[in-house]
Design a protein around this ligand. Structure first.
Ligand SMILES: [Zn+2]
Length: 160
C-alpha cells in the first residue's frame, strides 16, 4: 500500500488477515497504488495440484474470488469514490502444472488478466497478455509517460 511519501507494508501468509488489512486501508487510506498479494491459491496448487479439476485448488480460487469481491466493495464504498478513477487489475505471476511451476509450459505461463475501471476497453482481450504487461498498464493508468530508454518488455493491455 503506497501512499504519498510513505510505504505501508504489511505481510502475512494468512490471506484472511491480508484482506482485512487491505479493506481497512481502502476505507481510510490516502494512496495512489495498492498491491495486494494472496498466497493460498499457490499453496493449494503445491499441495494438491494446479488444476481447476482439483477440488482444493478450485476452493482456494473461490475463496480468493470472495476476498476480491470484498475489496471491490470497499473501493466502491469509499467516501471519495466518485472523485476517483480506479483501475482494478487481477493477475497472477504464474500458472502451474502438476504440483509445481517455473517451467515454460502453457499451463505454467498462462495467467488470468482481468482489468476493470473507467479507462478499460470493455470486452475480451484478444491477444493473450503477459505478466510484463502489468507495469506499463499500471503506469499508463497513473498518467506516467513510458520512456523507451526504460526498456520495458510489456505493452499496455486492456485500456482504451
Ligand atoms: Zn508457488
Amino acid at each position: 500500500m503506497i501512499g504519498k511519501g510513505e510505504n505501508n507494508n504489511y505481510y502475512s501468509y494468512n490471506d484472511r488477515k491480508v484482506v482485512r488489512r487491505t479493506e481497512a486501508f481502502l476505507y481510510s487510506g490516502i494512496f495512489d497504488f495498492i498491491f495486494t498479494h494472496f498466497i493460498s491459491v499457490d499453496n493449494a496448487g503445491h499441495l494438491h495440484g494446479f488444476s481447476d479439476a482439483v477440488l482444493e485448488y478450485a476452493a482456494a480460487i473461490e475463496e480468493i474470488d470472495g476476498y476480491v469481491g470484498k475489496l471491490v466493495d470497499a473501493i466502491r464504498n469509499r467516501q471519495t469514490y466518485s472523485e476517483e478513477e480506479w483501475l482494478v487489475m487481477l493477475v497472477s505471476d504464474h500458472g502451474g502444472r502438476g504440483k509445481g511451476h517455473g517451467g515454460t509450459s502453457p499451463e505454467e505461463k498462462t495467467i488470468p488478466y482481468i482489468v476493470e475501471g473507467l479507462t478499460v476497453e470493455p470486452g475480451r482481450i484478444v491477444v493473450p497478455p503477459l505478466q510484463v504487461d502489468v507495469v506499463p498498464t499500471v503506469l499508463t493508468h497513473l498518467g506516467v509517460p513510458i520512456k523507451p530508454e526504460w526498456g520495458l518488455d510489456g505493452k499496455v493491455v486492456g485500456l482504451k
